[in-house]
Design a binder for this molecule. Structure first.
Ligand code: ADP
Ligand code: MG
Length: 246
């Protein structure tokens, strides 16, 4: 079993706020791992530290055995480690296909809008839009999609870059409950069929219990518990953390 992500003793402070304190976790290749915890417990901060959006104050992050603690976001992305955001970041004035084009892993970024989108990339963009169920919307602008569809587009954009590990920040937040099952199914298929390892922040307990094989729970910036979904679900410390935050 290959350890893909190794977070060791990471601490991150914002002024006087200790957002993460001494956090360690691992994600093995092929897994779907959950990261839960009440609002403000430090989940998003940990994602930002992992992908290089801000430096940690203490600790280290390794990806596939390589030291990435001090790398920036583009360098980490080139190694195959990407994140999506709680608030989707798609381009509302560009079509779905154009959004896919700028996400191609060639590093051309926005330039790819102005040509240079190769035939292979077009095919892959169409396949991935089909994979997330947005095939019929591919020439609509991002801003014309529903919120749930925008999240699916963002997911397809992330897949365009062929990540090995994808960090998803509350992928089901704001999505109509009837669409959530479809999204869970697509996340599982991305894992099983496309071979993408997933670390998923999720607020919806039913979703994460259904999706993850292991779950880490944060509270007040610290790791509170780790285990299989059924253990986490019945862990009194986890229950108390959520009740206390409610
Ligand atoms: P979660 O994603 O679990 O809701 P966050 O990681 O967003 O939690 O936040 C953890 C703590 O760190 C909160 O107290 C939050 O206010 C604080 N925090 C997060 N980002 C920043 C920032 N950029 N500047 C200052 N404080 C921040
Ligand atoms: Mg968050």
């Amino acid at each position: 079993m290959t350890t893909l992500l190794q977070v060791s003793n990471c601490t991150k402070r914002f002024g006087g706020v200790v957002a993460n304190e001494g956090i360690s976790l691992t994600v093995n290749e092929g897994e779907i791992v959950g990261l839960i915890g009440p609002n403000g417990s430090g989940k998003t901060t940990l994602f930002s530290s992992i992908v290089g959006a801000h430096p940690v104050d203490e600790g280290s992050v390794q990806f596939d055995g390589a030291e990435i603690t001090r790398m920036n976001v583009p360098s980490v992305a080139r190694l195959g480690l990407l994140r999506t955001f709680q608030q989707t970041r798609i381009y509302g004035k560009m079509t779905c296909m154009q959004n896919m084009a700028i996400s191609a892993p060639t590093g051309r970024g926005l330039k790819s809008m102005f040509g240079g989108f190769t035939a292979d990339e077009v095919t892959r963009a169409e396949e991935l839009l089909d994979f997330v169920g947005l095939s019929s919307k591919r020439f609509l602008r991002g801003g014309e999609l529903s919120f749930g569809q925008q999240k699916l587009l963002e997911f397809a954009m992330a897949l365009m870059a062929r990540p090995r590990l994808l960090l998803l920040d509350e992928p089901t937040a704001g999505i109509n409950p009837t669409l959530i099952n479809g999204l869970i199914d697509r996340l599982k298929r991305a894992n099983a069929q496309l071979g993408i390892t997933l670390l998923v922040i999720e607020h919806n307990m039913r979703v994460i219990m259904n999706l993850a094989s292991r779950i880490y729970c944060l509270a007040h910036g610290r790791l509170l518990a780790e285990g299989a979904p059924e253990d986490i679900q019945s862990d009194q410390r986890v229950i108390d953390a959520y009740l206390g935050a409610g």
